[in-house]
Design a protein around this ligand. Structure first.
Ligand code: UD1
Ligand code: UDP
Length: 362
């Protein structure tokens, strides 16, 4: 029996882990315990995902979130180490690029416990992003790297990581998109209740580079107002980080006047909002891909993206937040999107990952 400990803490990690845990629970040669670091802690940023997606209740919840990043990562590291010493797992599993990812990987390697990293090899090549630091370090200390795309594999090889450590697994978020697409229809009434009509732009916004600069955030607020002044409703499930910053910068009232702001929603509601949108505007990593999974064009409010394949085939465009015209964003895609192709695997990434975890332990 392979005993693993999964370490998660932020919203996108719950969604990724849901898919892998579901596969683990169908097998009798691998068992999992879950540590939730507490990085995300509001009910609609955490509990809702465990309930809706039937993720096993974490065996440990550290309740460490909301501080400065150094403090958060350091406190998580200390607590995770204590648990690993007690549990002595065969392997630790981490996801993505958050502070919880880094704390988990670091705690494990310092105890000589091997680490597997899911979503390995993604790069923005922008070291000012906290996520870039987290993912580069995690990739270099993990011994088993599950990459979602060929580009991610190439990035790892370019950094000198041995080919034998890398497995092209496909993307567990694509597995989730396929598995939950129909289930999301159960949320239709909640969506109708929002009264946003059938022509709307779905927006998400939380990346530090956008929220922590008043200039950039104001440019985004102005751009969204311009978009909303045209024929589309704009709906924004608002991340708590962005809510705080809008209030701090005095931009809240202005945004409320033009945009339908709602609290963060559960994954199923989010999928339904995505599937029915005319356009998605985001700075999220996961939402960029989900736009593609559900065949919706996407504008990414960043200077670069890790998911470069989507730029190449014309389904995603990077947007300078200070660009002059936002009202014609939707028309920019006309005739430029290449036929949809399965870039992110075939929907069985989680199966592949779990099989490999077991195989590698033999
Ligand atoms: C984190 C990740 C980011 C990921 C995002 C997913 C890092 C460095 N960043 O960013 O990679 O894309 O999660 O959403 O790990 N807050 C609440 N309630 C919550 C969660 C957060 O109020 O449930 C507040 C915190 O107190 C903090 C702010 O939101 O003030 C930011 O939270 P933090 O976890 O530091 O980073 P995120 O922006 O969420
Ligand atoms: N998401 C959600 N509710 C929301 C906003 C996002 O369920 O209100 C989901 C979204 O569908 C995707 C994931 O959260 O699966 C993306 O997380 P986020 O944007 O917070 O982080 P990132 O992917 O940028 O790391």
């Amino acid at each position: 029996m392979l005993n693993i400990i999964t370490i998660i803490g932020a919203r996108p990690q719950f969604i990724k882990a849901a898919t892998v845990s579901r596969v683990i629970n169908t097998r009798n040669d691998i068992s999992e315990k879950i540590i939730h670091t507490g990085q995300h802690y509001d009910g609609n940023m955490s509990d809702i995902f465990f309930d809706e997606l039937h993720i096993p209740t974490p065996d440990y919840n550290l309740g460490i979130g909301g501080n400065l990043h150094g403090q958060m990562t350091g406190q998580q590291l200390e607590k995770i180490e204590e648990i690993l010493l007690q549990e002595k797992p065969d392997r630790v599993l981490v996801y993505g690029d958050t502070n919880s990812t880094l704390a988990g990987a670091l705690a494990a390697v310092k105890l000589n416990i091997p680490v597997a990293h899911i979503e390995a090899g993604l790069r923005s090549f922008n070291k000012k992003m906290p996520e870039e630091i987290n993912r580069v370090i995690t990739d270099h200390i993990a011994d088993l790297l599950f990459s979602p795309t060929e580009t991610a594999v190439a990035n790892l090889i370019n950094e000198g990581i041995g080919q034998e450590q890398i497995i092209l697994s496909g993307d567990v978020m694509y597995d989730a998109a396929l598995y939950y697409a129909d289930k999301a229809e159960s949320k239709i009434e909640t969506i109708e209740h929002l009264s946003i009509g059938s022509h709307y732009v779905l927006v998400t916004l939380h990346r530090a580079e956008n929220t922590d600069s008043r200039d950039r955030l104001e440019a985004i607020v102005n751009g969204l107002a311009e978009l909303a002044a045209n024929k589309y409703s704009v709906v924004l499930p608002l991340h708590p980080r962005t809510r705080k910053k809008l209030c701090e910068y005095g931009l809240w009232e202005k945004l409320c006047r033009s945009v339908r702001i709602i609290d963060p929603v559960g994954y199923l509601e989010m999928v339904l909002l995505e599937k029915n949108a005319n356009l998605i505007i985001t700075d999220s990593g996961g939402v960029q891909k989900e736009a593609y999974f559900h065949k919706i064009p996407c504008i990414t409010l960043r200077k670069e993206t890790e998911w470069v394949e989507l730029l190449d085939i014309g389904w995603n465009k990077l947007c300078d937040v200070k660009q002059k015209r936002w009202d014609n964003l939707i028309t920019q895609f006309a005739g430029q999107m290449q036929p949809w192709e399965p870039i992110y695997g075939t929907g069985n990434a989680a199966q592949h990952i779990v099989s490999q975890l077991v195989e590698q332990a033999r």
